[in-house]
Each structure stands twice: as structure tokens, then as C-alpha cells.
Design a binder for this molecule. Structure first.
Ligand SMILES: Nc1nc2c(ncn2[C@@H]2O[C@H](COP(=O)(O)OP(=O)(O)OP(=O)(O)O)[C@@H](O)[C@H]2O)c(=O)[nH]1
Ligand SMILES: [Mg+2]
Length: 595
């Protein structure tokens, strides 16, 4: 388990989060708050995912570093290129491991079987067709939605491992780039770093295996690596020397001294500060603002109910009529929104997706033909039947890999583009809701405090992830494509037939990928539309029911009215109290960002 030092580093964010969850729970218990989106906000803080991807050349100690961070020997490490499958570590009460296969099968496995799935030795060339492995573990590092992701090393003789690591780059929110003192930074590492830079907003540089060197030599290694990194990044970088081995030993022996010696705490402190900033800034602040906004809306509803308890009936009826007219205007806004959203999303499917796909296929064909020719040269001595099978297999393998990699990249592009669309519409819908609230506050002459809160959908972790959580099918075309060739034909004809076969495989795969993405876009669009409508409808419903409640109550008599007034005053007091606490959380998160 983690040492007290490690846990303490993580506590401040967790504390703020817990306080925020307490406020949310209390708000949910208040009648007038329901329907203000608190449940979603609660879920948002609880499950916010943050992908921290560990990358680097093979054998730098990526897997060892993850074990060290978790403080337990969970993942298999070795002296030969090992990790071949992406392993995602998320928080859970106990160690549990699930294997997700490319054909959408999922199976739970025992920890001792892990190496049969994630290593090159246990699952050579990924013959088991594993997509990824998800592991839960009760580590404080994973508690706040941080997902630690182990990737295969790049640059080894196993090219498919490099491909797998590349597919994961677009999914990273931050990358942990691992180097080690026993191998000076290479050209290949530099090139890889350039690609990582493309995809990650933040990169941590860690120089592992510090225990190999004495102090002076270590300093030299740090200086050399740091200079190379600064040059590659075009800016100052911070490099953390660590010994994953010592850190793991220290954690397992519960030795604070060894842990200090491993220098891991210096790194993990910085890592935590970053997570705190990111999440503190982006998540805590925006959830707090959204909660304050809900409170302000609930306060308006309380005031409206109070007002309808006391306003002369005729006057009240006039105002309700005016409000009904306003509702008509809002319905028009909803219809316009629906049409515009439809147009934007279909433009994205046609202009974005279709173009990307066409370009990809155009660039892919010459590469695949060249690969087919190479394979033909390599295998042409074989009997025709074997030659045909070898080529078929080579085509399927290669095309599959190319599509998997392209899909990962296209996934990122579409998610971003879709998010941009959502962001624009969310702003517009928020304005409509605000306008409705302001209108009602003026109409009924009750105070209303407009709170600006950035919509949570516009954060990277909002719709962006929602879009991506719906998996794209990756299973390759079924083997029914297998060619039936006449018995007595020559090599050349086999090659010609195989070229046609390649064309068919690519066309089918492209059509499949296109449909998959289109379906996902369509589903995301419907979800988004539903959420936006829900937001407007809940506002209208809240206002209307506040007025109605007041009117029903007054029909019951003076005593009931007085009792209701007292109750509403109590709720207002409670809301005020939560509001103060939220303000303090906001201030704490803001000052943590500066610190
Ligand atoms: N001396 C020393 N050896 C280490 C350290 N960290 C890792 N190693 C060793 O380096 C080798 C590779 O470690 P892994 O964690 O499997 O490396 P990896 O980067 O995950 O390797 P791939 O998955 O193949 O890319 C193993 O033999 C580890 O025991 C360290 O801090 N010090
Ligand atoms: Mg590894």
C-alpha cells in the first residue's frame, strides 16, 4: 500500500472534493434544488477521468514506475521487451482485472494470469486479440479519476508494440515520458517525443534507474538528458531522476528512508500539484460555479413561491399569462437550435469524416500494395495454396493495424470537432435559460443573482469523453472474404487476385469505419440535444411549479400560508449556508492554483 507521505500529498484535492460532495448531497436533499442538474454535477466530480499515459522506449522501466507509484508489484516487468498491451489502472476497492477483446468480448481474469494477456511472451503478436486490459486497485493515485495507463515500449523489434503505444497517444491528458540512465537519449526517442508533444498538453519527464549511478555520474546524465530535452521541446523542461526499483522496494518494506532515496516523492509531489491544478482549476471551480448557479436558481424559485403566496390573484394571473407567452418564444429557440445542430453535425459527418476517410484510403493503398509486393517476394517459393494464405493473412494483419491506428486519430479529431459544436450551442442555450430567469425575476419583481458558470460540457472531460466512450468496432472483416482460386494458376495471377482482394478489404473496412463513426456522431448528437432541451424544460418547470405551489397553498387558508412562509425561510437560510461553504471551497481551489 502507499506510504503515509504519498497519501498526504494527495489529500488536499481529495478534501476539497469531499467537501464539494457534501454540499452537493445537502443540496440534493432540498426540495427546490431537485432538477437543477446536481446529480450530474455530483457524478462529474465523482468520476472525472484523467488519462495519465506512461510512454517511452522499450525497457526504460515504464511498468516498474507504475508499480512503484501504486506501491505494489502488480504489473509484470522483465529484462526483455515485455508489455505488449495497454493496461489501464483505475480506482476500485480491490484488485480486479478485466480483459477487453477486439471483438467486444470481456472476461475477468486472476492477477496471476495477467502476464498471459499483456506481455509479448504470454501473448505474442497479440494472438489473443486483446484490445486493452482494465485493472482496478485501491491506490490514492487513482482515487480522483486519474487513470494511469501503461503502454508498450516503442522502438523494439516488435513493431506492433510501437503501433499500440501510438494508438493511445491521442487519449492522453498528460503524458509521463520515461527515459533511463543506462541508455543515453537516442534519436528514436527524440522522434517519439515529437509525436507525444503533438497529443499531450502536459509532459512529465522522468529519468529512471537513478540507482545505477553515483552522484556525479547521475548529475552528468541529468544534464545531458535535460539539454537534449530542452532542445527537442524548444523550452526549459524539468527532469525528475527516480529509481522505480528503490521506490517499489521502499513502499513494500514501508521504509520512508528508501522511498526518499528513490526520489519518487519529489516527482509525485509535482505530479500531484499538477493534477490538483488541472482538476482544481478545471473541475472544482467549474462544479462549484455550477452549484452556485443552481442555488441562485433555487432562490429565485423560492422567492417566486413567496410572491405567489402574497400577490393579489388578478395581478398574479396577468403575470402568469405573460410568462406563458415567454414560453412560446423559448419553444421557437428550441426548434431553431434543433435545426442548426442537425446541420452542423451532418456537416461534420460529410465534410470532416468522409473527407478524412477518403484521404486516408488514398494514402493507404500505395503503402498496402508495396507491402503486398514485399510479402509476395518473400513467400513466392511456397506452394500456391500456402502462398495465397500467407498473403491473405498479411493483408488482413496490415490493413487491420492501419485502420486501428487511423481510427484512434480520427476519434480524437472528431471528438474535438464535436466538442467545439457543443460548446457554441451550450453557450447559446445558457443564454436562453438566463434570459428566462431574468425575465421571470423582473416580471414578478423578485431578486435574481446571475452566476456565470462555464458549462461543464465545454470541458475536455465532458462531451469529449462522452463521444469517445462509445466504442468504435475494431473487429476486422470476417474471413468469408477468403478467395477461392482455381487450382492450376501461376504466381502472377495469385498476386493479381490478391491486389483485387486488398482493394475489397480496404473498401469494406472503410465503409465499416465510416458507418461506425456516423452512428456514434448521431448518438452523441441526440444525447446532447436531449440534455440541452432538458436544461430549458427544467427551468420552465421550476418557475411554473413554484408559482403553482404558492397558489395551491393560499387556497388552503392563512394558517397554511404562514406555515409555508416559515418553511421557505428555513430553506433560504440553508441555501445561504451552503452558498458560503461553496464560496470557501472556491477560494481554496483558487489559492491552491496559485500555490
Ligand atoms: N536498477 C534498476 N532497474 C530498473 C528500474 N526500473 C526498472 N528496472 C528494470 O528495467 C527492466 C525493464 O523494466 P520494465 O518496467 O519492464 O520496463 P518497460 O519500460 O515497461 O518495458 P517494456 O514494457 O518492454 O517497454 C526490468 O528488468 C526492471 O527490473 C530502476 O529504477 N532501477
Ligand atoms: Mg512495460
Amino acid at each position: 500500500m502507499n506510504s503515509p507521505t504519498q497519501s498526504a500529498l494527495l489529500s488536499s484535492y481529495a478534501q476539497l472534493k469531499d467537501r464539494l460532495l457534501d454540499c452537493t448531497d445537502e443540496m440534493l436533499a432540498i426540495e427546490n434544488i431537485r432538477g437543477c442538474g446536481c446529480e450530474e454535477l455530483r457524478e462529474k466530480i465523482r468520476s472525472n477521468a484523467f488519462n495519465l499515459v506512461v510512454v517511452g522506449q522499450f525497457k526504460r522501466g515504464k511498468t516498474s514506475l507504475i508499480n512503484a507509484l501504486l506501491g505494489a508489484e502488480i504489473l509484470p516487468v522483465a529484462v526483455v521487451p515485455l508489455t505488449s498491451i495497454v493496461t489501464i489502472m483505475t480506482w476500485g476497492e480491490a484488485l480486479r482485472i478485466k480483459v477487453y477483446f477486439n471483438d467486444e468480448r470481456v472476461s475477468e481474469i486472476k492477477p496471476e494470469s495477467l502476464s498471459e494477456y499483456v506481455t509479448e511472451k504470454g501473448n505474442p503478436k497479440n494472438i489473443k486479440d486483446v484490445r486493452e486490459v482494465v485493472l482496478t486497485y485501491p491506490s490514492p493515485y487513482l482515487k480522483d479519476g486519474v487513470r494511469l495507463i501503461d503502454t508498450p515500449g516503442v522502438g523494439s523489434i516488435y513493431e506492433h508494440n510501437t503501433d499500440v503505444a501510438y494508438q493511445y497517444l491521442p487519449k492522453s491528458d498528460a503524458a509521463l515520458f520515461l527515459l533511463s540512465v543506462d541508455q543515453p537519449m537516442s534519436k528514436a526517442e527524440m522522434d517519439f517525443l515529437k509525436d507525444v508533444k503533438e497529443y499531450s498538453n502536459k509532459i512529465f519527464f522522468v529519468l529512471n534507474k537513478a540507482d545505477y549511478l553515483r552522484e556525479n555520474d547521475l548529475k552528468e546524465a541529468i544534464d545531458f538528458t535535460k539539454n537534449a530535452l530542452c532542445e527537442a521541446m524548444g523550452s526549459e523542461v524539468r527532469l525528475f531522476p527516480v529509481s522505480a526499483r528503490l521506490a517499489l522496494e521502499g513502499a513494500m518494506a514501508q521504509s520512508g528512508e528508501m522511498l526518499e532515496q528513490s526520489m519518487l516523492p519529489v516527482f509525485s509531489k509535482d505530479l500531484n500539484r499538477f493534477l490538483m491544478e488541472e482538476k482544481g482549476n478545471v473541475l472544482i471551480l467549474s462544479v462549484t460555479n455550477n452549484l452556485l448557479r443552481s442555488i441562485s436558481q433555487a432562490e429565485l424559485e423560492l422567492e417566486l413561491e413567496l410572491k405567489s403566496l402574497t400577490t393579489p390573484l388578478e395581478e398574479l394571473k396577468d403575470k402568469i399569462r405573460a410568462f406563458e407567452n415567454k414560453k412560446g418564444e423559448v419553444s421557437q429557440v428550441k426548434r431553431d437550435f434543433e435545426i442548426l445542430l442537425e446541420g452542423e453535425v451532418s456537416r461534420l459527418a460529410k465534410g470532416g469524416l468522409e473527407d478524412d476517410l477518403q484521404r486516408f484510403v488514398r494514402d493507404l493503398m500505395p503503402q498496402e500494395l508495396a507491402h503486398l509486393k514485399d510479402q509476395f517476394e518473400l513467400n513466392k517459393g511456397l506452394p500456391l495454396k500456402d502462398l495465397r494464405s500467407a498473403l491473405e493473412e498479411a493483408i488482413i494483419d496490415h490493413v487491420k493495424q492501419a485502420f486501428i491506428t487511423w481510427r484512434a486519430l480520427e476519434d480524437e479529431r472528431l471528438a474535438k470537432a464535436f466538442e467545439t459544436i457543443c460548446k457554441r450551442f451550450t453557450t447559446k442555450i445558457n443564454e436562453t435559460v438566463d434570459e428566462l430567469l431574468r425575465y421571470s425575476s423582473q416580471l414578478f419583481s423578485v431578486p435574481f443573482d446571475t452566476v456565470r458558470a462555464e458549462a461543464l460540457w465545454s470541458l475536455k472531460s465532458g462531451f469529449y469523453y462522452r463521444f469517445r466512450e462509445q466504442p468504435v468496432g475494431t473487429a476486422i472483416i470476417a474471413s468469408t472474404l477468403t478467395l477461392a482460386l482455381p487450382k492450376f494458376i501461376g504466381d502472377k495471377i495469385v498476386l493479381k487476385k490478391m491486389k483485387e482482394y486488398l482493394q475489397r478489404v480496404v473498401t469494406m473496412q472503410a465503409a465499416r469505419a465510416g458507418t461506425d463513426f456516423e452512428e456514434r456522431l448521431d448518438k452523441s448528437k441526440l444525447d446532447f440535444r436531449w440534455e440541452m432541451f432538458q436544461k430549458i424544460d427544467a427551468t420552465i418547470e421550476g418557475i411554473a411549479s413554484a408559482i403553482e405551489k404558492g397558489m395551491t397553498q393560499r387556497s388552503k387558508g392563512t394558517q397554511e400560508v404562514e406555515e409555508r412562509k416559515r418553511l421557505l425561510a428555513g430553506t433560504t437560510g440553508k441555501l445561504d449556508e451552503i452558498k458560503n461553504r461553496l464560496a470557501r471551497i472556491k477560494a481554496a481551489a483558487e489559492s491552491a492554483n496559485k500555490g
